[in-house]
Write a protein that binds this ligand. Structure first.
Ligand code: NZQ
Ligand code: ZN
Length: 385
């Protein structure tokens, strides 16, 4: 078992009606609040009014219209508002994009240069404004983790930053807010959760307990995804998927493992950064092709372990047979979500594959479980057409 550091700095209020806890928790951090949200889903949901009620008596400044796959230009606007109004605390209400944008704003307020330089150079984040969140979509786990991803449309780059400083202080996670999430976004969210689990399962060295923990959350997603998509108001399914999304990315499950860079995420960010692909859709397309590509004498044992533990495949079969069945089962899970299954379907053509592959490698895919270099990545993109 490897040494590890664990910082879970988020106070979680999970369940229906927990919005009532927002007022006192925000006020704890100060009077001036930057309220960040997306393109309007929170208004349709009636959540916007509930949040304003909780913020009564505080000075509220709004940053609205944060895009899915959030842009650095929204970060610039947020930083400006924070500086102009001496903001004490940021409140992000929405999905991963709104929360990620808010995290980068929180850090960039204290960064002397251009916020994009902070992201691009992965400048260590030493200080950030406190951030509270109200989550409305089960997918990224951003409401309880240290990561944030933003896009620069000028340079076609999507880059992630990590720091304990940007972990939200407080997150209200009410699964009933996800009742209005469309079938496609729900499915993409489930694909993202599954991908986070797979990316921390296929690592250089895992441990007994971590394997069991990750497998249990995978089984939870496999069990509830279909119900959450087909019965959008099914609270239990929404709640299980939402808590799975937090567990899948807050690092608790895989403590003690020898970790690696999330390689499929590295390849996917080239899609959502350039073509505005929905993150989970990109992952659902790439993951089974990546599995096929990296299956080898070195990796077959791990795939076979996954096949028997997660998909219940007969352990007496040949290792390669189990591994191939496991990859088929994974592809079947993504197909069952009823989201696009090829890059062609989402309008991505091969012209930019070589350049995308080079960029993905630059951001660390050579340090994935099976190292992925530009030539490997370009081939996986081609397999995904
Ligand atoms: O903008 P609004 O109107 O709010 O609509 C959003 C958006 O169009 C809508 N939505 C959100 N909650 C809703 C809702 N619609 C109806 N009812 C609700 N309750 O859903 C659309 C997608 O929202 P978005 O926030 O983009 O989705 P998600 O939560 O999947 O976030 C994706 C972003 O997070 C990044 C992804 O790369 C992508 O940029 N990631 C962040 C991570 C992290 N911070 O740890 C890790 C992930 O691997 C991922 O990279
Ligand atoms: Zn993800």
């Amino acid at each position: 078992m490897e040494n590890f550091e664990l910082y879970i700095g988020t106070k979680i209020f999970f369940g229906q009606g927990q919005i009532d806890k927002l007022s006192e928790n925000i006020a704890f951090y100060g009077k001036n609040v930057l309220f960040v949200y997306g393109g309007g889903s929170i208004k349709k949901l009636g959540l916007y009014d509930k949040v304003l009620k909780q913020l009564e008596g505080l000075n509220v400044f709004e940053l609205r219209g944060v895009e899915a796959n959030p842009k650095i230009t929204s970060v610039y606007q947020g930083v400006k508002l924070c500086r102009e109004h001496n903001v004490d605390v940021i409140l992000a209400v929405g999905g991963g994009s709104v929360i990620d944008c808010s995290k980068v704003i929180a850090a960039a307020v204290y960064y002397e240069g251009d916020a994009w330089d902070m992201v691009r150079t992965r400048s260590p984040i030493k200080k950030a404004l406190p951030l509270c969140t109200v989550s409305t979509l089960a997918a990224t786990g951003s409401e309880m983790d240290a990561g944030a991803v933003v896009v620069n449309s000028q340079t076609n780059e999507k880059i992630s930053v990590f720091s304990h400083e940007i972990v939200p202080k407080v997150s209200i996670i009410d699964p009933s807010y996800t009742f209005t999430v469309s079938a496609e976004q729900t499915a993409a969210g489930c694909a993202d959760i599954m991908s986070h689990l797979l990316e921390q399962y296929f690592v250089p060295k895992s441990t007994f307990m971590a394997d069991l923990l990750v497998e249990s959350v995978m089984k939870t997603v496999i069990h509830y995804a279909d119900t959450a998509i087909k019965e959008p108001n099914n609270y239990e399914a929404r709640a299980q998927i939402m808590w799975a999304s937090e567990m899948a990315d807050n690092s608790i499950l895989s403590n003690g493992n020898q970790m690696a860079v999330f390689g499929v995420h590295g390849m996917e960010h080239q899609l959502s950064g350039r073509f505005n692909t929905t993150h989970g859709v990109g992952l659902a397309i790439l993951t089974p092709r990546w599995m096929k590509y990296v299956l080898s004498e070195t990796t077959v044992g791990r795939f076979a372990h996954y096949g028997t533990a997660v998909w219940g495949i007969d352990e007496n079969l040949d290792r390669y047979e189990i591994a191939k069945k496991a990859i088929e089962a994974t592809a079947g899970f993504f197909k069952g979500l009823d989201i696009p299954q090829t890059l062609t379907e989402i309008g991505v053509n091969p012209e930019q594959f070589e350049e995308m592959a080079k960029k993905a490698e630059e951001y660390g895919t050579a340090h994935a479980w099976v190292p992925l270099y530009a030539k490997d990545i370009a081939e996986i993109y081609r397999m995904s057409l």
